[in-house]
Each structure stands twice: as structure tokens, then as C-alpha cells.
Design a protein around this ligand. Structure first.
Ligand code: UDP
Length: 239
């Protein structure tokens, strides 16, 4: 049974979402467009859409096998995937194992400090406000999620961290930090949604500490295409 692409429902910074012939399934289509700094910096990373699609699906299938519920349904093509229709919980969930990015900046520390235990933080997913940091109490006050949903999201996020850290270690990569988004299905189940890719994770080569992620684009380091391809190549096992 194939899923048929119907009308476009939404266009985001890196993906488009289409309705399908099934009411509870939508089709995501990954673009090569890259943005950073809340959309201020714009560009293209050629081939990124296909890589992020296949990488996300590979990781979601493996997470699902290990007990993390996800929105993944079926890969349809190089750039397109059928996923469960969800309403996105407007919280960006960020897990960190090593200091970098806004953590290093906010607390005035260098990048590369390995934490004894992972940290978790939420941002309120709201472009107009610049995705401000938010805590559980604020999220409850704003009715962004219930306490039960927040507890489940935290549990799944730490499970994803343990599993993803392991998957990356197998291919010689340190998982520095990453962002997750969760959604709620029609029947109220909380599932992992969105993507897991070099757009949303900081990935450093364990030996050289070379950045293999979107920081190459954010910081104009060059070689973004090659870095995404390198992670994909290692993940798909054709070493
Ligand atoms: N991240 C993301 N989308 C965002 C913000 C952050 O995917 O809108 C990811 C980012 O790629 C990194 C992690 O979340 O892997 C932590 O990002 P950080 O808070 O350090 O913010 P940044 O330095 O990217 O602004």
C-alpha cells in the first residue's frame, strides 16, 4: 500500500509537510535549505535533504526497536518519508553531554568540557520570541504540555541520548548535544518527531574533534557537504 502525496500543509525552514491519502499520516519532504541564528543566516547545503531524511529514518527505526516511540512510518524516496500525523509539543528539548554552542556562551565556559551527567533544557518553540529558554513550571503555566507529558518527554529524551551516544560511538563520533521535538498523536500518545541529523546534533570526530555538523555552516568553516556525507557514510556502514 503506497502513500500518496496530497496538498502541502506547511513549509518550515528545512522541510515541507504534505497531507497523504491517509488521514493520520503526513509526508515530510526534506529540503537542502539551511538556516541559522533564528533564520537570519540562510544558505544551501547541497545534498543535505536526502542525507537528513535517510539518517533520521535510520536512527528512528533503531530507537523504535529499543523502545522509544517515534512518528516514523515508512521511507518513500530519497527525500520523502511518511510519518504519523502529530501535533508538535512546542518545546525544543536539548540534551548536552559536552559543553558547546549557547551553553558555552551563556555560562562563559569553553567548548569541549565533558559533563559527568547529561543536561536537559527546554526552549519554547516560538520563532517570533527567538525560542526562549523555559522551565517545566513555565511550560505548565503556558499549558504547552501536562506534567505527565513533560515527565515522559524527559524520560524518552534521556533514553534517546543513551542510545544515540552508543550509535555514534560505534562510528567514531562523540555526541556533543542535540535537539529533539516530540508530538502527540490523535490518540494522545507522545512520540519522538521531527529529525535527528547533523542539522540538529553536534557531532565531533572522537579522534580529531573535527566538527561534522551544522556548525560548519553556522560558523562558515567550509566543508559542510563533506561533513554530512561523512557522517552518513559511517552510519550506513560503507567504511
Ligand atoms: N538546535 C537545533 N535547533 C535549534 C537550536 C538548537 O537543532 O533551533 C540544536 C543544535 O544543533 C545543537 C543543540 O541543539 O546540536 C544545542 O544548540 P545550542 O542551544 O547550543 O544553540 P546554538 O548554539 O545552536 O544556537
Amino acid at each position: 500500500m503506497g502513500y500518496e502525496k496530497k496538498e502541502q500543509l506547511y513549509e518550515g525552514k528545512a522541510k515541507k509537510v504534505y497531507a497523504s491519502n491517509e488521514a493520520n499520516v503526513v509526508i515530510v519532504s526534506y529540503k537542502d535549505d539551511a538556516t541559522a541564528f533564528n533564520g537570519l543566516k540562510k544558505g544551501t547545503i547541497t545534498g543535505k535533504g536526502a542525507i537528513n531524511n535517510r539518517m533520521t529514518n535510520n536512527l528512528m527505526r533503531r530507537l523504535e526497536q529499543k523502545g522509544v516511540p517515534t512518528h516514523y512510518v515508512e521511507e518513500l524516496s530519497e527525500r520523502e518519508t511518511a510519518v504519523k500525523k502529530v501535533s508538535i509539543v512546542p518545546l525544543e528539548v536539548i540534551i548536552r553531554n559536552i559543553s558547546a554552542g549557547s551553553f558555552a556562551k551563556r555560562y562563559g565556559v569553553e567548548e569541549g568540557i565533558v559533563f559527568d551527567a547529561p543536561t536537559i533544557e527546554f526552549s519554547y518553540k516560538n520563532d517570533d520570541l527567538g525560542d526562549p529558554l523555559i522551565n517545566d513550571y513555565h511550560a505548565l503555566a503556558l499549558k504547552l504540555a501536562t506534567q505527565e507529558e513533560i515527565d515522559l518527554i524527559k524520560k524518552y529524551a534521556f533514553m534517546v541520548n543513551d542510545l544515540l551516544k552508543g550509535f555514534m560511538k560505534e562510528i567514531g563520533i562523540d555526541l556533543v548535544d542535540f535537539k529533539l521535538e516530540f508530538g502527540k498523536t490523535a490518540d494522545g500518545q507522545i512520540v519522538l518527531a521531527d529529525e535527528i541529523s547533523p542539522d540538529t546534533c553536534r557531532l565531533w570526530d572522537e579522534k580529531t574533534h573535527e566538527k561534522l555538523d551544522k556548525d560548519r555552516f553556522r560558523r562558515d568553516l567550509g566543508g559542510a557537504e563533506e561533513a554530512y556525507e561523512e557522517v552518513m557514510r559511517r552510519l550506513m556502514g560503507d567504511k
